[in-house]
Design a protein around this ligand. Sequence first.
Ligand code: PLP
Length: 413
Amino acid sequence: MGVFYVPNLLTKKDSSMVKRRPVFEQLPESYLFPEINRRKSLFLEKSPSASLISLGVGDTVKPLPTYVAKRMEKAAALLSTDEGYQGYGKDQGLVELREKICSRFYSDRIAVDEVFISDGAKCDIGRLQMLFGGEIKVALQDPAYPVYLEGSILQGIETITLMPCLPENAFFPDLSKLDQHDLIYICHPNNPTGAAYSHQQLQTLVEYAIKHHAIILFDIAYASFIQDPTIPRSIYEIPGAEKVAIEVGSFSKMAGFSGIRLGWTVVPKGLRFEDGHQIWKDWRRMNMTVYNGASSVIQQGGVAVLEYEGWKEVTNVLNLYQTNANKLQAGFEKLGLKVYGGKNAPYLWVHYPGRDSWDVFQDFLENKHLIVTPGRGFGPSGEHFIRVSAFAHEEQINEAISVLQSDEEGLTL
Ligand code: PLP
């Protein structure tokens, strides 16, 4: 028998221990949701009988479409047979799924081998950040989904420019003020502001990228919530985008896949690095090294989502969330507040000029028993706003609306 030598790390001298990467020091404290939970617990200690309604979390609540769940059951059962068993999947994901993504979302203007199936948009954004590394300049919207900033910090990127997105600029960055940057993050429709961008706005983005040799990282995790037919659902609807944009999509909010994980990334073959090398080739190569594909069962579920029956069920659920958003919008507007978003996105961005967004959060918690998200948690330009999520059951929304309308003493909302 061989003897294995297991070094005793505990007896190692401090100087020879593994060094922590300093970038972890620069990460903002994971503050927002832990702090919301801390305040919630404190409140419940004082008022244990209070029943709180959450309009704070950006996660789906409706069950998976049965058509989709049944397809996954079938796919799982097949794996338990000799004939049906399969191990690792195809590079870039199931061809049938990629074909369906191309025809449903891209009217076939994107080639099947430009689509890469992933285990979700967040994971792919992290891998894309590895692809571009730390020697680049990035610009991102403020407020923004935190992974753009935090993933950039983890890569050791030193130039990270926050582009304020406020009512004055229709929550779209003023690109005429931005000097050369290599990577621009845009989320459309936007989390947290709920803004969705016009063809013309996105055209200025593509023009900026062409002029400055930048790459756009376009996050369409919420594109299925777009109602207005004039609003683009993909950056590739803008001429020239296929030369400058990578698009990241997700089944999470579209079809309730946040727990089972499925997404995709489009890297057009026309995208090049400075030396002329295809970005597509390096992305494919990198995925071979660090990624082994999304679950085969879940990919079958994704195929079912994009079939006629699955899409019908998914659309019904999306419509329910949209109805929630409409009701919430009317409810907040009745209070005389300016409400943004909510029309092409599951989030409302409610303005409280001059007020600290944590104070507004606290007022809602204590006086209305509603949980909202303070805008400051998404970046400095989120101050004076709260994010209200339409991901809730109808009864909760109705209750929230009636609570909103009730006139209680001491209320400063
Ligand atoms: N992009 C945005 C803007 C999001 O808000 C989220 C989740 O909240 C994601 C991506 C994550 O998507 P996924 O669940 O596919 O990782």
